[in-house]
Write a protein that binds this ligand. Structure first.
Ligand code: PMP
Length: 349
């Protein structure tokens, strides 16, 4: 018998409409040079994939530790940070206490709570997309959740919440997870606190910096937290090819990714400024690799549909935030195509 907890859920959805230009999933748009592809092919061809991979993924953990100046014992690897969200929702606090997160935000926080039968303690963000601290404190005292998630920067709004508000919530005796999936585009982090405190961890991922297909995320926290959560980690959760390719990318080829990340930050500013000029569009400032924008002149669904017809796929978020869509920042020519298409669609509306 299927649990009734699953009834209200639906499988995780992404945009799969085929399109010439895909700016819907916040990936890093990069064409890897031939040299990189050759090296990867060479290393992958040596994998004895009839064997299980290293359950500890030591080489990859070492590469992550070195690359991001963290110690290996402070790192827990996940099959994407999605998996780590499950581990945290399972391993932190008891199931009779809820999980807090401001909304709208990344859907996995709520989904993990629902799957486990934990109370979802949601508080809407203010109009400027920052945390409503008065309402949050009120709700926290009423519902007594034990775990809180903060996407920092937040998806899909693109902003970082005020740090002092996150800390204020933690002061209520709540364990906080600062999800820094987009850290490379914001430069803002709670890493120091995660390494020092018993009530704070940081989530990171390789997905937004050119390796979404490898499914590698990591949690950073005190050694005891990593050790305890390791007890629920699925064995061999990072596949052999992912361990090999991610290690190679972080050691030999990271400079290539870094250069692209820098370009995205520049492009984000350009796209934002161009969107500001468009009548009928209200873009929101972003510290991530995407921009949320409001469609004022036509329904978001229609704008989305017309953009697909122009060969540009963006993500329609109007089910979550009225009239809003989200565009990932791609290569300059893709961003140009997006701007041209939206210009054309608006003009013809
Ligand atoms: N956290 C946030 C805020 C995200 O936007 C995403 C990706 N959409 C994730 C976590 C999951 O990333 P992954 O599982 O690919 O590491």
């Amino acid at each position: 018998m299927i649990s009734k907890r699953l009834g209200p859920l639906s499988p995780y959805k992404t945009e799969t409409t085929p399109s010439r230009i895909k700016l819907s999933s916040n990936e890093l748009a990069i064409d890897f040079p031939e040299e990189v592809r050759r090296r990867i092919a060479e290393e992958v061809s040596k994998i004895p994939f009839n064997r299980y991979p290293d359950p500890e993924a030591r080489a990859l953990r070492e590469a992550i530790a070195q690359r991001f100046s963290i110690k290996e014992e402070n790192i827990l690897l996940g099959n994407g940070s999605d998996e780590l969200i499950y581990y945290l929702s399972i391993g932190i606090g008891e199931f009779d206490r809820g999980i807090f997160y401001p909304t709208p935000t990344f859907s996995m926080y709520g989904i993990s709570a629902q799957v486990l039968g934990r109370d979802r303690v949601e508080v809407p963000l203010r109009e400027d997309f920052d945390i409503d601290i008065t309402e949050s404190l009120k709700v926290l005292r009423e519902k007594r959740p034990s775990l809180a998630y903060f996407a920092y920067p937040n998806n899909p709004t693109g902003n970082c919440f005020s740090e002092d508000k996150i800390r204020r919530i933690r002061e209520e005796g709540i364990f906080i997870v600062v999800d820094e999936a987009y850290y490379h585009y914001s430069g803002k982090t709670f890493l120091d606190e995660a390494l020092r405190r018993d009530d704070t961890v940081v989530l990171r991922t390789l997905s937004k910096i050119g390796m979404a297909g490898l499914r590698v995320g990591f949690m950073v926290g005190k050694e005891e937290i990593v050790r305890e959560l390791s007890k629920i980690r699925l064995p061999f959760n990072i596949t052999f090819p992912s361990q090999v390719i991610a290690t190679l990318m972080l050691t030999e080829f990271y400079h290539i990714l870094e250069a692209e990340i820098k370009k995205v930050v520049e492009e984000r500013q350009r796209v934002y400024e161009e969107l500001l000029k468009l009548e009928g569009i209200k873009p929101y400032p972003s510290e991530a690799n995407f921009i949320l924008f409001k469609s004022l002149a036509m329904p978001a669904e229609l704008l989305h549909k017309r953009m697909v017809e122009e060969g540009v796929l963006v993500r329609n978020f109007s089910y979550m935030i009225p009239q809003c869509l989200r565009v990932s920042i791609g290569k300059p020519e893709e961003n140009d195509a997006f701007l041209e298409a939206i210009h054309k669609v608006l003009k013809n509306s």
